[in-house]
Design a protein around this ligand. Sequence first.
Ligand code: SF4
Length: 436
Amino acid sequence: MKKLYLLSLGCTKNLVDTEVMLGRLQEMELTERVEEADVIIVNTCGFIEAAKRESIQQILELHQQRKEESLLVVAGCLSERYKEELQRELPEVDLFTGVGDYARIDELIAKRESRFSPEVYLIHQEERRITGSTYHAYIKLSEGCNQRCSFCAIPSFKGRLRSRPLSLVVQEVQRLVDQGFRDFTFISQDSSSYLRDHGEREGLIKLIEAVEAIDGVESGRILYLYPATTSFDLIDRIAASPIFANYFDIPLQHICDSMLQRMRRGLDASRTLELLERMEAIPDRFIRTAFIIGHPGEGWREFQELVEFIKSFPFDRITLFGYSPEEGTSAFAMEDQVPPSTIEERLQELQPIVDQKHRASLEALVGRELIAYLDGVSQESELLLSGRDWRWAPQIDGEILINESALNHLVPGERYKVFIDEVVGEQLLGHITARP
Ligand code: SF4
């Protein structure tokens, strides 16, 4: 049996496409040893400079480690965005494809043929091989984006918004439930615009109603709400759902009116605050966001306004991005670029404030009994088990270290009541008390 080594870089949307490729290559045996692989696939990320650099570096490292007769395949966003340059400058690679041929990867490998199909691939009914969990799966809602944020190149290589028909999303969730999956994270570039290209203003509300009706779905959350298309009705519907966590992932990018306008975010600070206040009032809510630091036009005053805002609002998780000049974006041509050294200084000023927010969010859970998924033995120590607050998204929101249990025969993938004893570094420490 041929051996396959697969590296999925970038975001969870890329991971879903990687899982589609895995589904097409079921006859191959997955290996974690590059040197023994017959086929090596790198699903690249081409979003910002740092991600592009990482993709190139990984490709070259894998080439160094691989056996001579193996096939090195490069797919994904970086390959799509720089197809000509990469084919010219990376002779190490045997086969290139972009974001249009994931469901044909087996054919391309068999023919040893590079291909860049013009239409961006959007998962239809393909069988995926889910990675990383036996009970949780990501569900892609759409591809592409109709927004035109000044700093973002994604629409240039992922195209306009194309939503999956709700019936296909429901069928996929049902299929996965039949395979034992019961916790789902719904993703796209702009989730709150789901089905707007099908004439539906509140597509996510339709999604929530449909998923709640599927027997066997235990829990869910939605990532990537776009502020300007997020309504009070949606926020209230998420809060009312017995299945969907009060989880609000809403990348704000900035708070200053002039910056939101420059970034073409389609809303102002007062509307942003209205949305946040609505979310903040919901019991057991979890609010995650992201900010871009050093976008052209961000002077000292605009930056300080952002610093004060971040200090003042109880976010649970915040990701900071230093502005990355991306050719083809409107911000790339803007005059008042911020020097990289200034961007770095601002990131260093903000990071301790962000760390403090995370800490406060964790400390608020000490002394409480949470419902958590058990993920098995922790990577921290074989003496500890690893859990995840059911509200949290996998991998990005944290870990609960479990050092004791009132129960025997614990089953990974099941939910348990966990009493939180303390915060240890960036993790929680607790003990299992009972079943939910
Ligand atoms: S919403 Fe904005 S940042 Fe997100 S993918 Fe679309 S254009 Fe890019």
